[in-house]
Design a protein around this ligand. Structure first.
Ligand SMILES: [Ca+2]
Length: 329
């Protein structure tokens, strides 16, 4: 018997994902208070990057039919529940926000991470591109300090004449608009990142190809034990690398990205669908996208486990990925 409930119901619960309950012990290696430990911190960070233990794919979108390997744009609005705090010298945040992952592989092909590992009062956003064999970061990280007037270190590439703007500052509880574009995706991807309509990472050429078999790959929004909450809204995947001018215009318009001839996937995250395949089987929840390939019958992003909620979005409703593993509360 099939039953479908459509609505934004904060209390609906769905089939559990295989979430690992334990957190990585590597976190214990990090000591943010000691500059002398910086090198070992970096080594530990790299280990973290290549050992995604305990991360849960809270929202999964199939990539087949929904992304173009050669070039494209990923856009989303997001809202963080925490921000760097200079008074919390021992605070540590290192979390992947989303990744492209080949089913059956341990490591993601590419991921966007935010972290305060290097300095507790700085956000570092970095794009980690693993590819088939090697791991690499996309040039430098985008860094947003807690205080816009705060002095930055040379290592942060933010000294006078540095390459990257320090604004927009990322504030907790504020919605921010992220856009990532790529071209040459089958050879050496050229990657750019924009925040709130402004380019914050200059175009970087990477050696690692992110794709293999798109039909067995997913785009996954991630949660982990002790993960900060973050909310996701208005996800769009496009078949072209949208121009910086268009991205700025979209942000300035005050409207969500809309479907057009280049749109492959568009999910407002306004509606959750719950289906109960048959009695005794756990229900399956998904978002209901405005546009999705539907090759395998999907309605939108599949929602796994318990670590999500419906919340007020930048536009309409949104889905918030919650850090605590509710099954273990
Ligand atoms: Ca929405």
């Amino acid at each position: 018997m099939m039953r479908t409930i459509v609505g934004s119901l904060p209390d609906i619960r769905c089939e559990s994902s295989p979430l690992a309950a334990s957190h990585t012990p590597l976190l214990g290696l990090l000591d943010l208070r000691s500059r002398k430990r910086q090198n070992s911190n970096i080594i530990a960070l790299l280990l973290l990057v290549t050992a995604p233990i305990g991360y849960a794919q809270v929202i999964e979108y199939p990539l087949g039919g929904n992304i173009r390997a050669e070039q494209g744009t990923l856009e989303m609005w997001f809202k963080l529940a925490a921000e760097p705090d200079p008074s919390q010298k021992q605070s540590l945040h290192y979390f992947p926000m989303f990744w492209f992952k080949q089913t059956g592989e341990d490591r993601p092909r590419a991921s966007l991470n935010y972290q305060t590992v290097w300095k507790p009062d700085h956000f570092h956003f970095n794009w980690n591109s693993t590819g088939r064999a090697i791991g690499e970061f996309a040039s430098d990280a985008y860094i947003a300090t807690a205080e816009e007037t705060q002095a930055a270190t040379k290592a942060d590439a933010l000294s006078p004449g540095g390459r990257y703007p320090r604004t927009p500052r990322l504030k907790k509880d504020d919605w921010h608009y992220l856009a990532i574009t790529w071209t040459d995706g089958l050879t050496k991807p050229k990657y750019s990142m924009f925040l709130d309509g402004r380019q914050v990472l200059l175009t970087a050429t990477l050696n690692a190809v992110w794709w293999d078999d798109l039909d067995t790959m997913v785009l996954a929004m991630l949660g982990a034990p002790y993960h900060d909450n973050y909310a996701l809204d208005e996800l769009r995947l496009s078949s072209t690398a949208r121009a910086p001018e268009e991205i700025a215009q979209i942000h300035a318009s005050g409207k969500p990205p809309a479907g057009d001839m280049h749109t492959l996937l568009l999910d407002h995250l306004d509606t959750i669908d719950r289906q109960e395949p048959e009695a005794g089987k756990p229900p399956v929840c998904s978002t209901v996208a405005e546009q999705i390939s539907g090759f395998t019958g999907e309605k939108g992003g599949r929602l796994n486990g318990l670590n999500w909620d419906v919340t007020d979005g930048r536009f309409g409703k949104a889905v918030v990925i919650t850090g605590a593993n509710r099954e273990h509360k």
